[in-house]
Write a protein that binds this ligand. Structure first.
Ligand code: ITT
Ligand code: MG
Length: 219
């Protein structure tokens, strides 16, 4: 029986842990960037959409590794901020900002909004686009899926689980922030889980096709 492998085109530890948990149960070995590329490797995320950035990351890593590659581009959209931080979520406070700095910048932006009469609840959503690139599919198109998790932003951070804006995000139907949920609870409702539910079928199909191709060549 063949063991397939897939590389995750992300440097974000939080995403890696969540994607590994979501991929559990598939007959596939999951590798990180550091397992397959032993040199500095940066992809400039200058796309105008999550989709453009996810595709750019997936294509760059697939080209560098020749491996089946899964990339994630994701972020938070806050309605009263016109959809910001959006594609700039990782660098909302500054280039190379920490999660804490981004959270502080988001609270500051909402406080500034409050001083001109705006008030909560601040409707928001997490969005995730996953792109899968198989560099050996002839004339192949990448597979792209998306997922959304609706909620509101609280200006009082709570919880220590998860990553990014999780301490400020309360999913619809929940009282807790994402950072107060267990890993399993977050992985049942998150934007990443919603996207992965669609991607899972695609990965299963790719693996079945590879099994078939391997059987033909290797018996
Ligand atoms: O590009 P890679 O290497 O994958 O890692 P990154 O952290 O730069 O990832 P993005 O460019 O996709 O930016 C996503 C940002 O959106 C936020 N974000 C995405 N998913 C999140 C989640 O599940 N919980 C909290 N914040 C999240 C968080 O601040 C991330 O840094
Ligand atoms: Mg990034």
């Amino acid at each position: 029986m063949t063991t397939h492998a897939l590389v995750l085109a992300t440097k974000n530890r939080g995403k890696i842990e969540e994607l590994r948990a979501l991929l559990r149960g598939l007959d596939i070995q999951v590798l990180g960037l550091g397992d397959v590329i032993q040199r500095p490797f940066d992809v400039v995320e200058d796309g105008a959409t999550f989709e453009a950035n996810a595709l750019k990351k997936a294509r760059a890593v697939a080209a560098a590794t020749t491996m089946l590659t899964l990339a994630d581009d994701s972020g938070l959209e806050v309605d009263v901020l016109g959809g910001a931080p959006g594609v700039r979520s990782a660098r909302y406070a500054a280039e190379k900002a920490t999660d804490a700095q981004n959270n502080d910048a988001l609270v500051a932006a909402l406080m500034a909004h409050a001083t001109v009469g705006g008030r909560g609840p601040y409707k928001a959503r997490f969005r995730c686009v996953l792109a899968l690139v198989d560099p050996f599919v002839k004339n192949g198109e990448p597979f792209v899926v998306d997922g959304t998790c609706e909620g509101t932003i609280t200006t009082q951070p709570r919880g220590t689980n998860g990553f990014g804006y999780d301490p400020l995000f309360v999913a619809s139907g929940s009282e807790k922030t994402m950072a107060e949920l267990s890993d399993d609870e977050k992985n049942r409702i998150s934007h990443r889980a919603q996207a992965f539910a669609k991607m899972r079928l695609v990965i299963e199909k790719v693996l079945a096709e590879r099994d078939e191709a391997i059987r033909k060549v290797c018996g």
